[in-house]
Design a protein around this ligand. Structure first.
Ligand SMILES: Cc1cn([C@H]2C[C@H](O)[C@@H](COP(=O)(O)OP(=O)(O)O[C@H]3O[C@H](C)C(=O)[C@H](O)[C@H]3O)O2)c(=O)[nH]c1=O
Length: 181
């Protein structure tokens, strides 16, 4: 497992060791002992999610508020996405900053998004299967979000608005400077 730090403390890129032979490949997509050792603390994931999306679908930017906040370990099983995490931790020196990472079935890269972040992704390939672990259960009443194109975040999604496929719910998300965690 290779760990790569990003410009945001605690938001970590993980590249698992892949074993390739004439049959194909194998890699451990999650190993608690290795993960916790590299993250530096114990993360107890309790829920796995999977979504399937077509090209130009953008899901996000989402978070859960308060005690229902979720840390996520995200990866792409099929296809390729531009994955974005925004630091919403009020005491963080990178508050309001974001990291964007290409996650794909090819690079098998994973991104650990700690609690206190908004998360979203844009599908770059024809289709994408997105799979992730959460360390807290889904709680509909604590869902929050930020509109993906908020100038205050200035996220470069590298796509024009007219090409985007995005839910009505996500189009109505508030701006960064109005959110309450
Ligand atoms: C997240 C979630 C959703 N649902 C139900 C609620 C809706 O009826 C349906 C679709 O939910 P939603 O449109 O919120 O799905 P996404 O837009 O993929 O949401 C996710 O998108 C970004 C990328 C994230 O990081 C979050 O994990 C999550 O918010 O699944 C559940 O039953 N359990 C869940 O954990």
């Amino acid at each position: 497992m290779i760990i790569k730090h990003t410009k945001i403390k605690d938001c970590i890129i993980i590249e698992p060791k892949t074993f390739i032979d004439k049959r194909g490949y194998f890699f451990e997509s999650y190993n608690k002992q290795l993960f916790d050792l590299n993250i530096g603390y114990s993360v107890d994931f309790v829920q796995d999610n999977e979504s399937y999306s077509s090209k130009n679908v953008l899901r996000g930017l989402h978070f859960q508020k308060g005690e229902h906040a979720q840390a996520k370990l995200v990866r792409v099983v099929k296809g390729e996405v531009l994955d974005v995490a925004v630091d919403l931790r009020a005491s963080s020196e990178t508050y309001g900053a974001y990291v964007s990472v290409i996650l794909s079935e090819e690079n098998k890269r994973q991104l650990f998004v700690p609690r206190g972040f908004a998360h979203g992704f844009l599908v770059l390939s024809d289709t994408a299967i997105f799979s992730y672990k959460c360390d807290n259960y889904y709680n509909k009443n604590s869902e929050g979000g930020i509109i993906y194109n908020d100038p205050a975040l200035n996220i470069d999604w590298e796509i024009s608005e007219k090409e985007l496929i995005i839910s009505e719910k996500d189009l109505e998300l508030p701006k960064f400077n109005t959110i309450v965690l």
